[in-house]
Ligand binder design. Structure first.
Ligand code: CBF
Length: 798
């Protein structure tokens, strides 16, 4: 398959064509924005041939299709990604510069499509790209949120949230598909008619499809991301309008659109429960209708569904797929109930992404029964049948007045997977212990991965160029080939080049921080980076507590030969998560005091960069020396940022949590700074009464850092500001910040010493890159294809 056929004009001609005929501007009056749109349309044209060819090949082969259902797709910017995968980046740069424009400025005009909160959504985006790269016929299904994850800014150090507006600009990558629209009902009643149960919803909205092509590496294959937008079935209540109620007439449209209006920034709070359940059913039902329609057009017999279709539920958000598929097969198509359940169960699979109890969805039975009355009946029957077959254990999906969506997903899945080896083991021992005992083969592990195209080749062109210059470019499509780098690492020239690339990436970041945030940072200082959602289990407060202790140590002995460090934080706190927002403020307050300290700021600076998103990650990761992966062991399911950092040659300071364990196994214990308790030790430690007090009493450094924060050293005008944080750490300290502090301090001083030996540090960093090939999402997707979906690739092996 080629990405440019004879009909395709040169890229510059394409840009000018679209500027004139799609945007309606002439070059003399075009803005940067117009040029970006014109370039994007010209690039999109190049994707379409591959897209059509892939679709035709899928139909011709009658191959099994994979459907990935996810509430979140954190896709970020798409232009740079498309250029790289089409191998058009060089031509595009020349074309754009030939038109007198700044190529980077054009790329940076694109807003981030922030249709996700964090890891799970970004993973879904990496998976789509790998599915295309591996030529696996697949489709992603999600919601076309009008407002993605909120924009974050700081007011006096406090997080302020503003609506995100990515769709205010034209989203050039999508194609509207008005012909693919389904009516999705809610509420109403269920009655028996001619021996069948018939659900008559009280209200209905329309799900309308928007398709974005997702092009794989070298345009070998292109799959589709189909996002659903909610619309009213009757856009205007004309009778009300004609009676003069012009605002009221628009209410049905407003209510319907609310379903796809906002991405919930918080998947843990109680707020908006009903609307969220509506969102979940809305996109799941629309996707299942669409999947069955496509299946019917290809295969006659619905009993073939599990052979021809694999559906992946990305977390429990689409878990209503179980009862909905049973409803479609049993109520609508008339299959016997048991057979409907069996077919649905052999078609569906479920990925668990967290063991945190508050993030495991449970819906009150009255809410489920009111919103989805037929589904509630089916859930009860599925649950009762399952319990009848396995009476010995308490594994109910409906218990204590709630529907446990994790248990429901488990019961209705062919395979249930965890996202790292540790996490999968803990799933078997904890949340799903009973269900695992009943269905011992059902849980499998698929450790997460990241796409090397975006997360090394595109975001770190300097390092990527060095790698390609040394081992050729085969690694881009087959990341395990990075191992070929290792035999060359003794070469002094290569070491120098790798160190030079990192130094240049850091200098770029330093310039950007200086220009945009007014802080001067020395590119020779260690860039120590913690970027992720703000959460107590991720322990940004452990990091900032160590910063305060280090500040005190430097003040006490300024001439002790400290290793200069810049601690960089970024991440958003869920708007309702008060403690996490307090941590953000604390980091900002600490930054203000430390950065202004004339004695210590030569050695230690802190900055919290606002509005963390995919684009900011692409800027920070290539420039990082140290990657902070410091969650309480047993709490981080996997992490994927940890993989991106290691791949880009940052060394990790981390606990034995999530995929850190496997990263350390791959890169070598000597190239990883380990600290902290293991998951088992965490459980034992938590049971020790007064564990925090004991840790504080044993460590004067920790005691002094806590006392400084408690007494207002970083909030002089408001000394009690952080009493909630210090009170929590001195008291319950559920996430064991105090108990892990001393070992974290030790590891950080080892980091300091190692950084001072620049040559050795570069070698460790290069080994991290060379040994991270296993963390490609291509490897993960191959695992899903073989062990979960039974799906085959329709193209040449990547
Ligand atoms: O598996 C992808 C990621 O998902 C989360 O972000 C999630 O949303 N539950 C986890 O917290 C991460 O550990 C995990 O990498």
């Amino acid at each position: 398959m080629t990405y440019q056929d004879a009909r395709t004009p040169g890229l510059q001609d394409g840009i000018l064509h679209h500027l004139t005929y799609t945007i309606g501007k002439d070059a003399a009056h075009a803005t940067l924005h117009d040029w970006r749109l014109a370039l994007s349309f010209a690039v999109r044209d190049r994707i379409v041939d591959s897209w059509f060819a892939s679709t035709r090949a899928s139909y011709e082969a009658g191959a099994k299709r994979v459907y990935y259902l996810s509430m979140e797709f954190l896709i970020g910017r798409l232009l740079g990604d498309a250029l790289v995968n089409l191998r058009l980046d060089g031509e595009a740069k020349a074309a754009v510069e030939g038109l007198g424009l700044d190529f980077d400025a054009v790329l940076h005009d694109e807003p981030d499509a922030a249709l996700g909160n964090g890891g799970l959504g970004r993973l879904a985006a990496c998976f789509l790209e790998s599915l295309s790269t591996l030529a696996c016929p697949a489709m992603g299904y999600g919601i076309r949120y009008e407002h993605g994850l909120f924009r974050q800014s700081f007011d006096n150090g406090r997080q302020v949230e503003a609506p995100e507006t990515w769709l205010q600009q034209r989203h050039v990558w999508e194609f509207e598909r008005p012909e693919a629209a389904y009516s999705i009902g809610f509420g109403g009643h269920v009655a028996e008619q001619d021996g069948r149960m018939v659900w008559t919803p009280a209200e209905a909205v329309l799900a309308e499809a928007y398709d974005t092509p997702v092009v794989g590496w070298e345009a070998r294959w292109t799959n589709t991301l189909r996002l659903w937008a909610a619309r009213a079935i009757d856009p205007l209540d004309l009778a009300r309008f004609n009676h003069g109620d012009h605002v009221g007439a628009a209410v049905p449209e407003m209510l319907a659109r609310a379903i796809s209006r906002v991405l919930y920034p918080d998947d843990t709070t109680e707020a908006g429960k009903e609307l969220r359940l509506k969102q979940e059913y809305f996109f799941t039902a629309a996707s299942l209708h669409d999947i069955l329609r496509r299946f019917d057009s290809e295969h006659g017999d619905i009993r073939l569904l599990p052979e021809k279709v694999a559906i992946q539920l990305n977390d429990t958000h689409p878990a209503i797929a179980g009862p909905e598929l049973v409803r479609l097969l049993h109520d609508t198509r008339g299959l016997p109930f048991d057979e409907a359940v069996d077919i649905a169960r052999r078609t569906l699979n479920y990925t668990n992404h967290t063991l945190l109890p508050e993030a495991l969805e449970k819906w009150p039975v009255p809410l489920m029964a009111r919103l989805l009355p037929r589904h509630m009946m089916l859930i009860e029957r599925i649950d009762a049948d399952h319990a009848a077959r396995f009476p010995a254990r308490a594994t109910h999906a409906v218990a204590d007045g709630e529907v446990n969506m994790g248990a429901l997903s488990f019961i209705m899945a062919n395979r249930v997977n965890g996202v790292s080896a540790l996490h999968t083991g803990l799933m078997k021992q904890t949340v799903f212990a009973d269900l695992h005992a009943l269905h011992p083969g059902r849980i499998v592990n698929q450790t997460n991965g990241v796409t090397p195209r975006r997360w090394l080749h595109a975001c770190n062109p300097r390092l990527a160029g060095i790698i390609t210059g040394t081992i050729g470019e085969g690694w881009i499509g087959d990341l395990e080939r990075l191992a070929e780098l290792e035999p060359h690492l003794g070469d002094a020239g290569l070491q120098q080049a790798i160190a030079g690339a990192k130094r240049a990436n850091k200098a770029d970041l330093a310039d950007w921080i200086g220009a945009t945030h007014g802080l001067s940072v020395d590119p020779d200082a260690m860039f120590d980076v913690q970027i992720k959602r703000i959460h107590e289990y991720k322990r940004q407060h452990l990091n900032i507590l160590e910063a305060v202790a280090l500040w005190q140590a430097i003040r006490a002995n300024p001439d002790a030969g400290w290793t200069p460090r810049i601690k960089i934080f970024a991440g958003k706190a869920a708007p309702g998560y008060v403690f996490a927002k307090k941590i953000i403020r604390l980091v900002n307050d600490v930054a203000a005091v430390l950065n202004a300290d004339p004695v210590t700021s030569r050695y230690l600076k802190v900055i919290f960069l606002p509005n963390y998103n995919v684009t900011l990650a692409e800027r920070l990761i290539p420039a990082a020396d140290l990657s902070e992966q410091i969650s309480t062991a047993g709490k981080e399911a996997s992490g994927t940022g940890n993989m991106k950092f290691a791949l880009n040659g940052a060394l990790t300071v981390g606990t034995l949590d999530g995929a850190n364990v496997e990263i350390r196994d791959h890169v070598g214990a000597e190239n990883f700074f380990l600290f902290g308790m293991t998951a088992e030790e965490v459980v034992a430690r938590r049971a020790v009464e007064g564990h925090a007090g004991q840790a504080i009493a044993a460590d004067p450094r920790l005691a002094a850092a806590l006392a400084a924060i408690h007494d207002g050293a970083v909030s002089p005008g408001d000394p009690t500001r952080y009493h909630d944080i210090t009170g929590n750490l001195r008291g319950p300290d559920y996430f064991l910040v105090c108990s892990d502090f001393a070992d974290y301090w030790r590891a950080q001083r080892e980091v300091d010493a190692a950084y001072r030996d620049a040559a050795h540090w570069t070698r460790m960093a290069a080994l991290n890159t060379a040994r991270s090939g296993w963390f490609s999402s291509d490897r993960t997707i191959r695992g899903y294809m073989a062990e979960i979906w039974g799906a085959a690739s329709l193209g040449p092996r990547a």
